[in-house]
Write a protein that binds this ligand. Structure first.
Ligand code: MRU
Length: 346
């Protein structure tokens, strides 16, 4: 399935990231020539969405090598280790970031431990391996999106049969957030292809407005019926039986199935449970963190108060203290099923 909108353009010497801060008004790209540029773009949310952050960071690791090599520096394990630390620190909750930089570091370290590292053209050989790996992480994500979306659709139509569905979704989980058709939004796209979507309710997703600016934009572009709703309206939509299922993505899933996702997700899960509406999570295996026993151990990113005090650069509140957790943790007990590319966890 074709995705019309990609968050990234890649080349041997740079990547260009679609500046998601300017959407939907402007299609503008930020050029990253090295890992530090990529870390900055991730931190500032030029690129966001767990899988997209991971893919960008993988190219960032490669570009670090490319730039050093261009300056005739010998590539060393320390260079990549340091770059991984810097990239990982850009956003702490989305585990796909650390997963991708770890995968890249494994490639670099295996190379340094091999005979090839002694060759005259060692830099070039390593760069080729790193580029290949980044490309693999990128392309694999597209396949994963398709597989997990298919799993989600099969489950929904089998367990909750209906002619057409009204789906509520939160944040942005489509082509702008992944290497393919998306996670939760991927499932929605497949449902639409099968003629099974009546309406998608897109939560605006304060404070960064990923739902209003990005999801509404993506769905409109794909000609999928979409209605924008303020976050606080979800309860009423559910009470009026306007929502058949909730579909969200994830930024980190603990070993027990607790899910960290965009702030507001936990609240939606509580509401869905209270209204007996199925609540689904769609995420690739790279979002699963089995080293973390449960959701209490997940580090939740806190972002700048300005994201709350201002909208599009305009101050909307007096200067008072602000709490701005970027994610929350939904307990596994509130989740009907989690779909990955490999399986369905109930
Ligand atoms: O802060 P963001 O925009 O990076 O948060 C994104 C989300 O929470 C998504 O729901 C999550 O990454 C899953 S995306 C496929």
């Amino acid at each position: 399935m074709k995705t019309n909108l990609s968050f990234i353009k890649t080349a041997r010497d740079k990547i260009q990231l679609l500046n998601q801060k300017l959407l939907p008004h402007k299609l503008d790209y930020v050029t990253c020539n090295n890992g530090n540029d990529v870390a900055k773009a991730i931190k500032e949310m030029v690129v966001r969405g767990a899988p997209a952050i991971g893919i960008s960071a993988a190219y960032g690791m490669y570009l670090t090598g490319w730039e050093a090599s261009k300056k005739n520096k010998k590539l060393t394990p320390e260079l990549f280790k340091k770059q991984k630390q810097l990239l990982d620190a850009a956003r702490p909750t989305a585990v796909n970031l650390m997963w991708a930089t770890h995968e890249m570091l494994l490639v670099a370290n295996a190379f340094f431990a091999s005979e090839a590292a002694k060759a005259k053209d060692a830099n070039l050989k390593l760069l080729l391996k790193l580029y290949e790996k980044a490309l693999e992480i990128h392309n694999d994500d597209a396949e994963r999106c398709l597989a997990m979306s298919n799993n989600a659709v099969k489950y929904l139509v089998t367990k909750y049969p209906k002619e057409k569905y009204n789906i509520l979704t939160h944040c942005n989980t489509g082509s702008l957030a992944t290497g393919g058709i998306g996670t939760a939004l991927g499932a929605i796209r497949l449902l639409h292809e099968k003629g099974k979507i009546n309406m998608v309710y897109a939560d605006e997703t304060r404070p960064y407005l990923q739902g209003a600016r990005l999801t509404a934009f993506e769905l409109q572009k794909e000609k999928i019926p979409v209605t924008l709703t303020v976050d606080s309206q979800a309860a009423y939509l559910m009470q009026k039986r306007l929502v058949d299922a909730v579909f969200v993505g994830a930024d980190r899933i603990a070993a027990n199935g607790d899910v960290a996702n965009k702030i507001g997700t936990y609240g939606l899960s509580v509401l869905a449970k209270a209204h007996r509406i199925p609540f689904f999570v769609v995420a690739p295996k790279s979002t699963f963190d089995n080293s973390i026993e449960n959701g209490d151990k997940i580090v939740v990113e806190e972002r700048s108060p300005l994201e709350v005090l201002e909208i599009a650069g305009r101050v909307i509140a007096p200067k008072v203290p602000v709490v701005n957790y970027s994610f929350d943790v939904t307990p596994q007990a509130n989740i009907t099923a989690i779909f990955s590319e490999d399986d369905t966890l109930e």
